[in-house]
Design a protein around this ligand. Structure first.
Ligand code: ZN
Length: 146
């Protein structure tokens, strides 16, 4: 009766979903997340992240744009404002362009942000080699495995 290509409505009671550890290979520190939605028809996915003081995400490139809402704490993107990037302070909204490269996304205090990604994240090593391409399918698998 339903077509797999048809977008479906969705609702998540966020406080009824438990936090789970974000894959260790993709971050430093005990970052936790909740995957809220994936839209395979558009390549979009939405999650909320809990980032304790001292945590950071591994180096990555946004293959598509993304929008975030920092609900708590402080996030240094692209080195933070002292290095020409942005330092988001809650409550803060940010837009990251397609192909934005984030060498350091750091949290120096307990923080939380909600983000919708249009397309995968390409996690890379210091030589620019792909470690993991993380899109709809991969996040759904990682979430399902947790
Ligand atoms: Zn990023």
């Amino acid at each position: 009766m339903s077509e797999t290509t048809t977008a479906m409505e969705d609702y998540v009671q966020m406080d009824a979903v438990d936090w789970v550890p974000f894959p260790e290979a993709l971050c430093n520190g005990a970052i936790r997340w909740k995957l809220l939605h994936v839209s395979p028809e558009s390549g979009a996915w939405t999650a909320i992240f809990d980032c304790p003081a001292g945590s950071s995400f591994a180096k990555h490139i946004h293959m598509g744009p993304g929008e975030y809402f920092l609900t708590k704490g402080r996030m240094h993107v692209r080195g933070g404002s002292v290095e020409g990037g942005a330092t988001a302070v809650a409550p803060g909204y940010g837009y990251e362009a397609c192909n934005a490269q984030h060498d350091h996304t750091e949290f120096d205090e307990d923080s939380e942000f909600y983000m919708t990604f249009l397309g995968p994240l390409n996690f890379i090593d210091d030589d620019g080699n792909t470690i993991a391409l993380v899109g709809c399918e991969q996040v759904a698998q990682a979430w399902g495995a947790s």
